[in-house]
Ligand binder design. Structure first.
Ligand code: NAD
Ligand code: DAU
Length: 358
């Protein structure tokens, strides 16, 4: 039995991760805490809401008292921290919430881990923790900054973030690392490349382009469209996190990537052709300020030391993903119209804690 606190589980990767874990680990209990920002959508988890091993609690990770009581009430022994403001464009317009959620929110979780898992929390020299506990912090390849035409990110590189989002994620990484060094906390940090797959909010490149294509709307390509990202199917990311939870060495950082570098414009064209639309929909627009030119992940450490590797090819993953958005037009419509925000009210009005069977 393991009691896993998943933060940000109503978002894109968190909801995929909860489904992935409940499918594979029947003996685990998942406690999903999410404040349901614009990016949190409980419809992502509609199919598992009655699973007796799943509980949802609406809470902000910056709320120290509530997080404290959740650690006590649910005997949490594992944390997977997805909760974050995650969209670079929003961080350029409104950076503050990125700093408070991504950095302070993480620190609140770390403090609760220290309080509840340290064998002697009052002793500042004590570095001994209860058996089998783990804090896994989900970070991003963006913390390394941008690459030129050659080279790849490796875990030992200095962090050189270029936008407020990546700066907040890099700061959180350093705080997590510091809690390991100072307090001996059993942590891992994972740094993954760009994810794609079902339930991604249509502000991100792939779902935005699919949705606009389906509605014959312009496809806004920033700058020259030649920026490069490494793309990984979200289920491969979930499998990597599961692997690190079970096999990761305390204190270590693991890069996660798909060996799959693509220029943005090629992805946009792939979507256009798959949906049998015209390239005339492409509209080159002003570039994103501070836009990182290229990301590429060296995933040697996790593949050789922990035995994880990506299973999806990009072709298969994109075909399935586009098919998912075609089959789930109501999901997209609800998100774009804002109706998804009413789902929580309709389902759970007046209750903040929703445990199946309660
Ligand atoms: P997302 O924006 O889809 O989901 C974030 C979730 O966090 C939402 O459900 C939101 O309601 C919740 N949240 C935000 N602020 C909160 C707060 N203060 N308290 C509680 N919940 C809060 O993001 P995502 O794409 O699923 O990313 C999840 C994590 O993975 C993030 O930490 C992100 O930095 C990281 N990551 C994302 C990618 C990617 O390509 N999407 C790649 C690498 C790493
Ligand atoms: O690398 C991991 C990161 O990937 C995660 O940490 C972030 O949470 C996630 O949002 C993502 O960041 P990006 O900035 O790479 O993702 P986004 O989907 O916003 O953009 C991908 C690329 O596409 C980027 O080069 C900007 C470009 N773009 C994006 C949008 C939304 C466009 O050209 N047009 C667009 O409309």
């Amino acid at each position: 039995m393991r009691n896993i606190l998943v933060t940000g589980g109503a978002g894109f990767i968190g909801s995929n991760f909860i489904r992935y874990m409940l499918d594979r680990h029947k003996e685990y209990r998942i406690i999903n805490v999410d404040s349901l920002t614009y990016a949190g959508n409980l419809e992502n988890l509609k199919d598992i809401v009655d699973n007796p091993s799943y509980t949802f609690i609406k809470v902000d990770i910056r709320d120290r008292d509530k997080i404290d009581s959740i650690f006590s009430n649910y005997a949490i022994d594992t944390v997977v921290n997805f909760a974050a403001e995650s969209h670079v464009d929003r961080s350029i317009v409104e950076p503050e919430v990125f700093l408070t959620t991504n950095i302070i929110g993480t620190q609140v979780l770390l403090d609760m881990v220290k309080k509840h898992w340290k064998v002697n929390p009052e002793d500042k020299y004590c570095k001994e923790y209860k058996k089998g506990v783990k804090f896994l912090h989900v970070s991003t390849d963006e913390v390394y900054g941008a690459l030129g035409k050659k080279g790849m990110f490796v875990e030992t590189m200095p962090l050189l973030p270029n936008n407020p989002y990546s700066a907040s994620k890099a700061s959180a990484d350093l705080v997590v690392r510091a809690y390991h060094e100072t307090f001996g906390m059993p942590i891992n940090i994972t740094r993954c490349s760009n994810n794609y797959g079902p339930y991604q909010f249509p502000e991100k490149l792939i779902p935005l382009m699919i949705n606009n294509c389906l509605n014959d709307k312009d496809l806004p390509v920033y700058g020259d469209g030649m920026q490069i990202r490494d793309w990984l199917h979200v289920v491969d990311h979930c499998a990597a996190i599961d692997t690190v939870l079970h096999k990761g060495i305390d204190g270590e950082v693991y890069n996660i990537g798909g060996n799959n570098e693509k220029a943005n414009i090629d992805i946009v064209k792939l979507i256009i052709h798959t949906l049998e639309k015209s390239e005339s929909l492409i509209k080159y627009v002003k570039d994103r300020p501070g836009h990182d030119r290229r990301y590429a992940i060296d995933n040697t450490k996790i593949t050789t030391q922990l035995g994880w590797e990506p299973r999806y090819t990009f072709e298969q993953g994109m075909e399935e993903t586009i098919r998912w958005y075609l089959d789930n037009t109501d999901w997209i419509k609800n998100v774009v119209s804002g109706n998804y925000m009413k789902y929580y009210e309709e389902m759970y009005s007046g209750i903040d804690e929703v445990a199946a069977g309660k």
